[in-house]
Ligand binder design. Structure first.
Ligand SMILES: [Zn+2]
Length: 411
């Protein structure tokens, strides 16, 4: 017989699974930005939100917004948020779990007066699958979505503006309907970790300290393509051997540098024939670290190692920066509040850096923002096997509830 706390966590999980059955592609969970399934997901969420006595509306990027007012007039607003779009063939918890834990907390506190209003936001586009453009709705919520962004097209040549219109919304009203309330004093996202760290630590929860910064490069190693039978080893300029040396050094270096991750995720050797010494190799390098100075130092070191590896094998290397994102610290005071709330409910929340991007990093420069992570069993996410443990969902709900009861807008 489950106790009542197991029951409320089980109910949240059941709701996530119910939402996951709403999909654009049968027998899997795929719900892209403003797709037909999004409308059905809105209908279900709105039903739950209204049962919780929330006032709901859809903003003009298709994010679902639900408000619990405060009895106190002109009370400031706390934002609880996550997203309802998915990657193709997704799990049930990346995004929806944060919304449904927040909803459960609001339901629990139905009869409890709070000195602030709560707006629950189900962002319509975080993953960026349809338009290769992530964080669309949180960019709109912080006034950063541009006319050029709205002109981006999906695989069928439909612009974001047209997709919004087709959904029955008005792209010309984004600046009016999407911004966060001006009296927002804090924003909190509950999310699965999507990595293996909490499981390795046998811990339920973590408070996110920062979302890591990242640098991405395209590297080209250039040697000489030549005959694989007639070119002696000592006289080769093998671009792939140079690249392989660099890749091995990158992995070793990052493994020995705390909190650094560095990845060569794509490689192409040319001309790419069994009997030709590779003359050109193109590869990508992705470097992430929670501290920007450390990331810059690591990048500088790795690019030096690339040159050394090229030189060693009679090649040259050229590196081009393809994208760069600064680390985004979460709000210090809110992070401490969240740790204390976890502690008061008997949970020892770890401190973690998020290696993945989240809407929280878009909101953080504008309003005090933090994130609460739940353990991802098997470290599995962006996969139908993605799951959560009931005990962790209960821990997250208890922590959020405790925070809501202790949070004061002026502190
Ligand atoms: Zn997510």
């Amino acid at each position: 017989m489950p106790d009542s706390s197991t029951t409320r966590a089980a109910r949240i999980i059941a709701r996530c699974r119910e939402l996951a059955r709403i999909t654009d592609v049968s027998n899997e969970t795929t719900r892209l930005f403003l797709s037909p399934a999004t409308r059905d997901a809105h209908t279900l969420l709105q039903w739950w939100f209204r049962q919780a006595h929330l006032t709901t509306r859809t903003d003009d990027t298709g994010s679902l917004r639900a408000v619990r007012r405060s009895a106190k007039e002109d009370a400031p607003t706390l934002i609880l948020f996550s997203h309802i779009d998915t990657v193709p063939n997704a799990g049930a918890f990346d995004g929806p779990l944060g919304i449904l834990i927040a909803l459960a907390a609001i339901e629990e506190l139905h009869a409890t007066p709070l000195p602030f209003a709560i707006e629950l936001i189900a962002f319509s586009e975080e993953e960026g699958v349809r338009f290769s453009f992530p964080f669309l709705s949180s960019l709109a919520a912080t006034g950063q979505l541009t006319a050029a962004d709205l002109a981006r097209t999906d695989a069928n040549g439909i612009t974001i503006a047209q997709a919004i219109t087709n959904f029955g919304l008005d792209p010309n009203r984004i600046a009016e309907t999407c911004p966060l309330p001006p009296n927002t004093f804090a924003a909190i996202e509950v999310h699965i970790e999507q990595g293996p760290v909490l499981e390795a630590d046998d811990a339920s929860l973590a408070v996110v300290e920062a979302i890591v910064g990242q640098s991405r490069f395209a590297l080209t190693f250039t040697g000489h393509a030549n005959h694989a039978g007639t070119t002696p080893m000592a006289l080769r300029h093998d671009a792939l051997v140079a690249a392989a040396t660099f890749i091995a050094e990158t992995s070793t270096y990052a493994a020995n540098y705390k909190q650094l991750v560095a990845t060569v995720g794509h490689i192409e050797a040319l001309p790419g024939a069994v009997n030709v010494v590779p003359g050109t190799v193109r590869l990508t390098l992705d470097v992430r670290h929670p501290r920007d100075e450390s990331r810059h130092a690591a990048v500088a070191h790795l690019l030096t190692r690339a040159e050394a590896a090229a030189h060693l094998h009679g090649c040259t290397v050229a590196a081009t920066l393809t994208s760069e994102q600064k680390a985004v610290p979460m709000d210090r005071a809110l992070t401490v509040h969240l740790h204390q709330a976890a502690e008061r409910t008997g949970h020892d929340a770890k401190s973690l850096f998020s290696g993945a991007g989240h809407d929280a990093m878009i909101l953080a420069p504008h309003v005090p923002t933090t994130m609460l992570f739940l353990r991802s069993p098997g470290g599995l996410s962006h996969h139908p096997g993605e799951t959560v443990r009931e005990q962790d969902v209960e821990a997250a709900l208890a922590t959020l509830l405790n925070l809501l009861l202790h949070l004061h807008p002026h502190t």
